[in-house]
Write a protein that binds this ligand. Structure first.
Ligand SMILES: [Zn+2]
Length: 319
C-alpha cells in the first residue's frame, strides 16, 4: 500500500486527528489558557461553517484548533493538502518545485510557493541541543557558492559575487547545518563555529587561511589541500572532507535541477530544507514517513510572516 493512500492525506477529519497526535502527544490543551481539562470537541459541520478540529474550552470559553500558532494557521488550505505537500517535500531527494507542487496539489502557483516556504520553516532547526563533535568526533566544515549575491559590489574572483554558504557536518551523527554568510572572514565564521561545534571536536577543513586562525579553538584540526585536489590526507585517512563534499553535491543538484532561481533572501530556507533531508536521511535509518512526521512536529511556533503582508507577490521564479 502506497503511503499516499493513507486516510490522512484525503480525509480532513483524519488529517486533523493525525496532526493532533503528533503535536499534542499528551492530548489537546487550550491555546488561550493552557487548560487540559473541560475541553469539548465541536463536531465539524461545513454547512454551518464549523471547522474541522475545533475545540471549545470550558475554562476560558475560548475556541481553538491545532492549527493555531503553527505554520498552518494563516492558510485556508485543507490539512490534507498540507500533509501531501509536506510528504512530497520530505520524500523527494532534491526537493519539489512550486510549479510541481501547484500541479500535484491543484493549488495556484502562489499558494504552492508560500506553502513550500512555510514547510521549509518547519524543517528549520533552531540552536543545536547538542553541539556537533561532542565526545571528540570529527566535524567537517566547508563553504560553497551559489547564485548571485546582490549585496556584493567590487572586485575579486567570480565567487565573491555569489552567495556564500557555510556548512558543518557532524561525521558521527551524520547531521548537517548550513548558514548563509555575507563574508568568509574569521570574524564572521568564528561565532558560527563556536556556537555549533564542541571544543572537544576534531575540526576538518581545507587549508584556507581562514580556518588556520579558527582551528586552535578546537581539540584538533585536520586539513586537506583542496587547491591540489587533495580530499583525503595521505598521512591520516581520517582527515578528509568527503562527507561534506557529498552533502554539497546533493545540494547543488537540487538547486540546479529544481530551484534554479532561489534568491539570497530566501536561500537560508532552502538550506534548511537540504539540511533537514540530509540530517534525517534513509542511511541514518529515517524513512519517508518518519521524516514527514518529524517535519510536522516542527510546525509549532514557526509562523512565517512576510514583510508587506500576504499580498506581496512571490518573486518571478520557477523554484
Ligand atoms: Zn482555555
Amino acid at each position: 500500500m502506497s503511503v499516499l493512500s493513507k486516510p490522512y492525506f484525503h480525509d480532513e477529519a483524519a488529517a486533523f486527528t493525525f496532526v493532533e497526535g503528533l503535536i499534542w502527544p499528551e492530548g489537546p490543551h487550550c491555546r488561550h489558557c493552557g487548560s487540559v481539562n473541560r475541553l469539548t470537541k465541536v463536531t465539524a459541520n461545513p454547512e454551518k461553517r464549523i471547522r474541522h478540529g475545533l475545540y471549545r474550552c470550558g475554562q476560558c470559553k475560548g475556541q481553538f484548533t491545532v492549527r493555531m500558532g503553527t505554520i498552518f494557521e494563516e492558510s485556508k488550505l485543507p490539512m490534507t493538502k498540507w500533509l501531501q505537500a509536506i510528504y512530497l517535500m520530505c520524500s523527494s531527494k532534491k526537493g519539489v518545485s512550486a510549479l510541481q507542487l501547484s500541479r500535484t496539489l491543484e493549488v495556484t502557483y502562489k499558494t504552492a510557493w508560500f506553502l513550500a516556504h512555510r514547510i521549509r520553516e518547519a524543517m528549520r532547526d533552531g540552536a543545536l541541543a547538542i553541539p556537533f563533535g561532542e565526545d571528540g568526533g570529527a566535524v567537517e566544515v566547508d563553504e560553497t557558492f551559489i547564485g548571485r549575491d546582490p549585496d556584493y559590489s567590487g572586485p575579486g574572483a567570480a565567487y565573491h559575487g555569489k552567495c556564500k554558504v557555510l556548512t558543518l557536518v557532524d561525521r558521527q551523527t551524520g547531521r548537517a547545518k548550513s548558514q548563509v554568510v555575507d563574508k568568509l572572514s574569521a570574524a564572521d565564521i568564528a561565532p558560527i563555529l563556536e556556537a555549533n561545534i564542541a571544543r572537544e571536536a576534531r575540526l576538518m577543513t581545507d587549508e584556507a587561511q581562514l580556518y588556520k586562525v579558527l582551528g586552535w579553538h578546537f581539540a584538533d584540526h585536520g586539513t586537506v589541500n583542496h587547491s591540489r585536489d587533495q580530499y583525503v590526507s595521505p598521512q591520516d585517512r581520517t582527515i578528509h572532507t568527503n562527507t561534506i563534499e557529498g552533502y554539497f553535491s546533493i545540494f547543488k543538484r537540487g538547486m540546479k535541477g529544481v530551484y534554479q532561481h532561489a534568491s539570497k533572501k530566501h536561500l537560508h530556507r532552502y538550506m534548511a530544507e537540504f539540511d533537514f533531508r540530509y540530517s534525517y536521511r534513509i542511511a541514518l535509518g529515517v524513512n519517508d514517513e518518519a521524516r514527514t512526521n518529524r517535519a510536522i512536529e516542527g510546525v509549532v511556533g514557526k509562523r512565517l510572516t512576510y514583510r508587506g503582508g500576504t499580498n506581496q507577490r512571490p518573486e518571478a521564479t520557477q523554484a
